[in-house]
Design a protein around this ligand. Sequence first.
Ligand code: HEM
Length: 215
Amino acid sequence: MDSFSTLIRTASQELHAEANTSTFMSDLLGGGLGVEAYARYTEQLWFVYDALESVAERLAADPVAGPFIRPELMRLAALERDLAHLRGADWRSTLSALPATRVYADRIAQCARVWPAGYIAHHYTRYLGDLSGGQIVRDRAEKAWGFAKKGDGVRFYVFEQIANPAAFKREYRDLLDAVRADDLERQRIVAECKRAFTLNTAVFRALSEEFPLSA
Ligand code: HEM
């Protein structure tokens, strides 16, 4: 039987392809959009990571989600530096969540409150993605909008405290494989992971409506 880390990866592959070929991602990575679109996207990520990380301290003691709470993953401080660079010192005064982002962040918060195993699905979907495809986004962003390499504007994508991402991802998969959950619960976590991808795709859709590529 496949390990849980393989199961969750395989089950989300199709939705992964849908997310990373979404109109917004393609337009953004294709160099067709201005830095304002990138800033708006970064702003949406702030709400997602606020939901993921504001509960970290409380979940650290949880027997199921606790092992996933790792300080070296935390992104909120990096996002805030990026936003200060992109939007200026008073970035907080103009910060606003798209409705799709609000739905996504609320779902993370709800899982954190009532279902820590579901929180893991959201944790996996974001952080393992950031450690992987996130690096492609960083490279394109640096080139398209002239950010310093791994500097302000793209710090979200730079995991200063993770020297070896491939090794870290292996350890992360071991954590997934060790999750204490029976088959039914594992299936529910996989379903939540699919939901997490769908929630991401919905944010991309909203962003592409706000930033249509003028043909
Ligand atoms: C343009 C956008 C994207 C690109 C180019 C991209 C690319 C990649 C690549 C190359 C991997 C494989 C890494 C490996 O084998 O270790 C990966 C893994 C992953 N990506 Fe993405 N990705 C993108 C967007 C996303 C999005 C939007 C999400 C979800 C929010 C996501 C979530 C994941 C996850 C969870 C993994 C880990 C799969 C696993 O090994 O279990 N990615 N991505």
